[in-house]
Structures are given as C-alpha cells and as structure tokens.
Design a binder for this molecule. Structure first.
Ligand code: MTE
Length: 395
C-alpha cells in the first residue's frame, strides 16, 4: 500500500510547541524562508556602489505595491540617513518677483499641512537601458527592476508655492535640489506642478520614507522618469526657463540615430513586462501556468494588456486586476497551458491615450540602438523545451 504524506501524518514542531511572543521583533521582517527575495546590484555596472543601482526583484512580487524594503535604489553619491530635526526645505525665486515670500520650512511645518496619499510607479529613465543593442542581462530583476510602486503621502507642491506667494503664471519651471553630495538638480515644468500631481512627500506605504528613498523628504513627480523625483529634497526655485543642469544637459538625454541628443524627454511612455515566468526561471512540467506581469504608463491609466505565446503572431487580452490607478503599476494575469514545445512569451500594453507599446523593431527605427534611456520595447521571454526561460529579443 502507498505510504501517506509524512508532512500530514506527523505533527511538525510548530503544531506541538509554544510560538514566539508578540513584539519579539518590534519591527517585522519577512520569513527566514524568503531570504532570496532581495534587492540586487549588477556587478561591474559602476565603479563604486555609492553611485549605483540596486534592482527590485519583480519576479517574486504580487499585486502592485513594492514593499519598501525592496524598493529599487539609485544614488549618484550614496544615501544618507538625515536627522529630520535638522532638515529644511527652502523655497525661493530665480529673481525676487517670482516668489513674494521666500521661506524655509522645517519638517514639523510640512507635517502640519493637510496631506494627500496617492499610488504611483517610479521608473528610472535608464530602466532596460542595457538592452538597446542586444540582450544583455538574464533576469527581469536586472532588465526591468529599476521600477517600483508605492503609496506616497505628502503635500502637493502647488500648495507650498502658493503659501510662499509664488507667481504661478510668470514661473514656468521649478528647479528641485537634493541635500546629498551629488548636487542633484532637475528642472520640472510648472504645468505638472499646477496639476497638483507633484508632491513634496514624506510618507511611503504608510510610514516615513526609507533613508535610501529620500528620508525625510522627496519629490514625487508622477509619470516622469525617476531622476526628477529628487530625494532628500532641500530647495525649490521658481524660474521662467529650464535650468540645463548637469543631470539634464549631459546625463538623462537620448542619443538619436542622427547623432543629436534629445533633452527633457522625461515622461515614461507605456511599458509592460511579464514577471513570471521570466528569465532565469524554469517550467517544471507541461500544463497550466498563470502568466503574470506589470504594465504602466506615464501618461495616465493602463487600458489593456495583450499577451502572446508565439513571439507576437497571435495576441490574447489579459485580465487586469483593479482598481487601475493613473500613473501606477497595473497587474495582469492570463492562463496558459504549456504543451512542452518552445514558446516565446510577450506582453504589450495600450494606455488610455491609445498609445501602444512598440516592438524592438519599431522603437529602433525611431531611436536607433545607441541610447541608454527610455527603452519601453516589448520584452520577450523564450521557453525552451527543457522548460528553461531566457531573455531574447524579437524585432
Ligand atoms: N535625488 C538625489 N538627491 N540624489 C540622487 O542620486 N537619484 C535619482 C532620483 N533622485 C537621486 C535623486 C534617480 S536617477 C532615480 S532613478 C531616483 O531618485 C531613484 O529613487 P529611489 O532610489 O528611491 O528608487
């Protein structure tokens, strides 16, 4: 006769002993069995880790919210844990007519203002940047992991500018500056500020921002590439022209096929990726799989996601998990029965403006292959007969 499953027949220690008491860990941690799900640095990407990036493990996450401890990190000069009692936010004008009452705010001043909370994605402009010419990295963590999504809490920047008597008609741009050693400064068009979407944020997923993500204050600029989400925010200047700082004149520009650089292409166009099955994973057997992934658009809401199992010949609409938030990640799922033969899995998002995510062929026809930033091409994962999943490119 068949033996029974000992995991059922024998009582395990956790069923026969006293468990640990409350507040054994005053701040909770993931289970010891989840140790593999961590931020990872791509070796050799930069000379020092203080000016590098750690990628979010998208392959192991559910839903749309990134746990704060797994939020990707991108620092130009390392991260700091700033004493909030010593942190200040200064608002000034490029000339005295721009801001009538320039002010310096303490964290207490900002925390006393009425807050808003909103769910948004942040994606580094360089996400998927290594793949412009060809396949470069093995897993979705490295190909797409400069992407996270949180509920942010803070004060709309417009309210703070109004408090200082800023001239929101004459002021066409703002300059945001961080308090770290990188002199991170970015120009942001005033029209984004006037939409009330730009937040001076201190909250992330219900608690204060993590130091790595800008504690105690960062700018949230929904839909715009991550570099504009200035961390450790200490100053906002109101002006009437773009500032052309180093991080917008030399870096974060797009090299076009004609040799010219495109500047200020800040909006993250619609993009999607299948997170499981994805590169580096293994299908163990033929049969049913839930194919899942993420879709997002810097221009608003995700409208639909189509999935192909044959490298883009046939497409099927995936199920979107609601509610769908504007400029936030959206989770999609679709069932697939693998017949054991080689297959190529792809996802293609359409956003509410009608924009459709391009193939590599379509994107390269316009952008060439020499760029770093703003690669939103359709990602392909090849499933081999062995069940091994790998990164491939389909034009
Ligand atoms: N702000 C400051 N002050 N210093 C920085 O190095 N890096 C920028 C941006 N804001 C940076 C910064 C870049 S390039 C990105 S992609 C995002 O922060 C990353 O935010 P995260 O580290 O919270 O993921």
């Amino acid at each position: 006769a068949e033996e029974g499953d000992s995991a059922i027949l024998t009582l395990p220690p956790w069923s026969t002993s006293l468990g640990q008491g409350v507040a054994t860990r005053p701040y909770g941690l993931p289970s010891q069995y989840e140790k593999g799900l961590i931020r990872r640095e791509s070796p050799g990407l930069t000379r020092v880790s203080g000016s590098s990036v750690a990628f979010t493990p998208l392959q192991g996450l559910f839903g749309i919210i990134t746990p704060s401890g797994l939020h990707f990190e991108r620092h130009h000069q390392g991260w700091q844990d700033i004493d909030p009692s010593r942190h200040r936010l200064m608002i000034n004008g490029s000339d005295p007519s721009m801001v009538k009452r320039p002010k310096v705010y303490t964290m207490d001043d900002i925390l006393r203002m009425p807050p808003v909370s909103r769910i948004h994605f942040i994606e580094c402009g360089a996400n998927t940047g290594m793949e412009w010419g060809n396949v470069a990295v093995p897993t979705v963590q490295y190909s797409h992991g400069m992407l996270s999504c949180s509920e942010f809490t803070g004060v709309p920047l417009r309210w703070i500018l109004e408090d200082c008597g800023a001239d929101l008609k004459k002021g066409k741009y703002i300059l945001a500056e961080g308090a770290d050693g990188s002199s991170m400064t970015r120009t942001i068009p005033m029209e984004l500020v006037l939409s009330d979407e730009v937040l001076v944020a201190y909250g992330q997923n219900g608690e204060m921002l993590r130091p790595e993500n800008g504690y105690p204050l960062r700018l949230v600029v929904p839909g715009v590439q991550g570099v504009s989400w200035v961390k450790w925010l200490r100053r906002i200047e109101v002006g009437d022209q773009p500032y052309a700082t180093k991080d917008e004149a030399v870096h974060y520009i797009d090299l076009m096929p004609n040799g010219q650089h495109r500047q200020y292409s800040s909006i993250q166009e619609a993009k999607s990726v299948i997170t499981s099955p994805s590169g580096g994973q293994m299908l163990l057997d033929k049969g049913f799989y839930n194919v899942t992934g993420l879709a997002w658009s810097g221009r608003g809401k995700v409208k639909k996601v189509d999935v192909s199992f044959d490298g883009g010949i046939n497409w099927k609409e995936a199920r979107l998990e609601g509610p769908i938030h504007s400029k936030a990640l959206a989770r999609f799922n679709i069932g697939w029965v693998w017949d054991g033969k080689p297959a190529i899995l792809q996802s293609r998002v359409t956003d509410e403006t009608g924009y459709v995510q391009p193939s590599y062929g379509q994107l390269r026809a316009v952008r060439g292959t020499k760029s770093i930033y703003h690669n939103n091409a359709i990602q392909s994962w090849k499933v081999a007969e062995s069940g091994e999943v790998s990164n491939v490119q389909v034009l």
